[in-house]
Design a protein around this ligand. Structure first.
Ligand code: ATP
Ligand code: MG
Length: 249
């Protein structure tokens, strides 16, 4: 579903993503973790066709992003790190706009949207998006992506801004869609989410993937085998000396 070889992104002299390889199957939740500025959003932007790679090959749904980017974009779903939407539209107008550009089966998508809106307590579709809170925009963004039921879904820190109930529902929906065959690629800083939900995890630091595998495989790379993902993450990213840092402050 997602095949990436030798992916590189340079901004001038600076290398933000450095020779990243990925191979993600159907029906898999892949968690892409890493410290701030590690290259996660830059990688997602290249995989979803909004940023051209400097080098490397990207195949999504067995299509080459350089040749079939429109086809790929029509089949994937993307929840970006910031829910940027047209502020002068009312919620329902944005939904109609998305249904129009993706040419979805309106009856089916509308039915799914109604269910998702009920689950997320979305009762503000008549209001202008410009008046929404961050969490309200995030919920509408998630709802309009999930109503299309894409085969591959990219989510960049999807729970940021969501209240506890909405975050829990989103996590359960992601798992349901995975069980129904969708491929999920998500980034999160909440390692508990990654540990509980993801089938495989990749850790990126300074643009390079430093570890990749199931929780079991990551544990076997760590010095202590019964560690939590948080401990493994901090050990692998070299950020273990937190106690000393806090003492110094
Ligand atoms: N358009 C750009 N021009 C120059 N540098 C950029 C640009 N976009 C990203 N970068 C740099 O690339 C690096 C990776 O950024 P990126 O947004 O991918 O990080 P991230 O892993 O998503 O971090 P976070 O966890 O904070 O969201 C950072 O050093 C960032 O400053
Ligand atoms: Mg980011």
């Amino acid at each position: 579903m997602i095949e990436v070889k030798g992916l590189v992104k340079k901004f001038g002299e600076f290398t933000a993503v450095n020779k990243v390889d990925l191979s993600i199957k159907g029906g898999e939740i892949y968690g892409f973790l890493g410290p701030n500025g590690a290259g996660k959003t830059t990688t997602i932007r290249m995989l979803t066709g909004t940023l051209n790679p400097t080098e490397g090959d990207i195949r999504i749904l067995d299509k080459d992003i350089r040749k079939d980017d429109i086809q790929i974009k029509s089949e994937i779903g993307v929840v970006p790190d910031e829910p940027k939407m047209y502020e002068n539209l009312r919620g329902f107008e944005y939904v109609e706009f998305i249904m129009g550009i993706y040419k979805v089966d309106k009856t089916e998508a509308k039915k799914r949207l109604d269910e998702i809106c009920e689950a997320f307590d979305i009762d503000f579709l008549n209001d202008y998006i410009g008046d929404y809170s961050h969490g309200m925009k995030q919920k509408l963004m998630v709802a309009t992506v999930l109503m299309r039921k894409p085969k591959v879904i990219f989510l960049d820190e999807p729970t940021v801004g969501l209240d506890a109930k909405s975050a829990k529902i989103l996590k359960m929906l992601i798992q349901k869609y995975r069980d129904e065959g969708s491929t999920i690629f998500l980034t999160t800083h909440i390692l508990e989410i990654a540990e509980k939900m993801c089938d495989r995890i990749g850790i990126i630091k300074d643009g390079s993937i430093i570890a990749q595998g199931t929780m079991e495989e990551l544990r076997s790379k760590s010095t202590q085998h019964n560690k939590s993902l948080e401990d493994i993450f901090l050990e692998l990213t070299g950020d273990e000396e937190i106690d000393n840092i806090v003492k110094e402050l």
